[in-house]
Write a protein that binds this ligand. Structure first.
Ligand code: G
Ligand code: G
Ligand code: MN
Ligand code: NA
Length: 250
């Protein structure tokens, strides 16, 4: 099978890299941080991380690929300033892997001149956490080291606000399905209002994803959302954080 061969070639030659999409603060317009998004080789059929990670899961290689992606994400962002964050996607199942420890990532961070306080782990709300109590404990471990936690794709999955609260995240990322055309949808407005109220009371910061229109940005800003991410603010770009001369290495 050609597709399978292509997948294993990518995995064994570590030929993936990260692009970085800015997350902008609505308080002062500065770039608060970047989400790292994995990309595969152009012609491989695995350009998209969704396809790549789906195949990895089928092949029982999710942890391996994810670890590689994390390494690429951290190594690729040497231009991050001390007060900026790098947001890294972590599949829920990876949290439960015994090998997924703060120490493992720490060595890599130090090599790159970064600290755990520069890192936000994005846990998607779409995949359910099988062993919730254990996942909570693992994340608590990370938090104690200074890492922060974000719940990704909020509003798109099935977890309740109570389940989100249990994980005590530092950020909630509101899914694009709720922010797209919010300026014309009262239903979306009411749902996001609920998130704003909840986040404010829980002392959690809100990040609105997938912003493509000024009208939506304006609306979300007036509603009290703290940070925004989307094509309007910036596309995922590899050149953002890597000096030109080094791009070929990724
Ligand atoms: O960039 P976009 O097509 O670019 O990414 C699609 C999805 O793939 C993201 O929403 C995210 O959930 C997932 N994804 C992107 N990069 C990574 C990664 O490095 N690790 C994991 N686990 N998922 C990723
Ligand atoms: O991890 P997550 O599922 O949230 O990843 C975000 C996905 O959304 C990535 O595939 C990224 O490339 C994509 N994305 C980021 N900004 C926008 C946007 O403004 N519009 C659309 N359609 N997609 C976006
Ligand atoms: Mn994400
Ligand atoms: Na998301």
């Amino acid at each position: 099978n050609e597709e399978l061969a292509a997948f294993y070639t990518i995995l064994h030659t570590a030929s993936i890299w990260s692009v970085y999409q800015p997350i902008v603060s609505l308080k002062d317009g500065t770039v608060f941080g970047y989400e790292a998004l994995t990309r595969g080789p152009e012609q491989s059929g695995f350009r998209s991380p969704l396809k790549l990670f789906r195949m990895a899961e089928q092949e029982g290689k999710l942890y391996e690929l994810d670890k590689l992606a994390r390494e690429k994400a951290i190594r690729g962002c040497r231009n991050l300033s001390a007060d900026q964050k790098i947001f890294i996607n972590i599949p829920a199942s990876v949290i439960l892997e015994p090998d997924f420890t703060p120490g493992q990532t720490m060595r890599l961070l130090r090599e790159c001149g970064l600290n755990p306080t520069n890192v936000v782990l994005e846990i998607t709300e779409r995949t359910s956490v099988e062993n919730f109590e254990m996942a909570k404990r693992v994340l608590e471990h990370y938090r104690k080291q200074g890492y922060q936690i974000a719940i990704d794709d909020a509003g798109a999955g099935y977890s309740s606000l109570e389940a989100i609260a249990e994980l005590q995240p530092d950020y909630i990322k509101i899914d694009r399905s709720l922010t797209e055309q919010i300026h014309t949808s009262r239903v979306k407005e009411y749902i996001v209002e609920t998130f704003v109220t909840f986040a404010t009371k829980m002392n959690i910061s809100l990040i609105a994803e997938g912003i493509e229109r000024l009208e939506d940005l304006d609306k979300l800003m007036r509603m009290g959302v703290h940070y925004v991410q989307g094509y309007l603010l910036g596309r995922p770009d590899k050149a953002l954080l890597v000096p030109d001369a080094d791009i070929h290495q990724f």
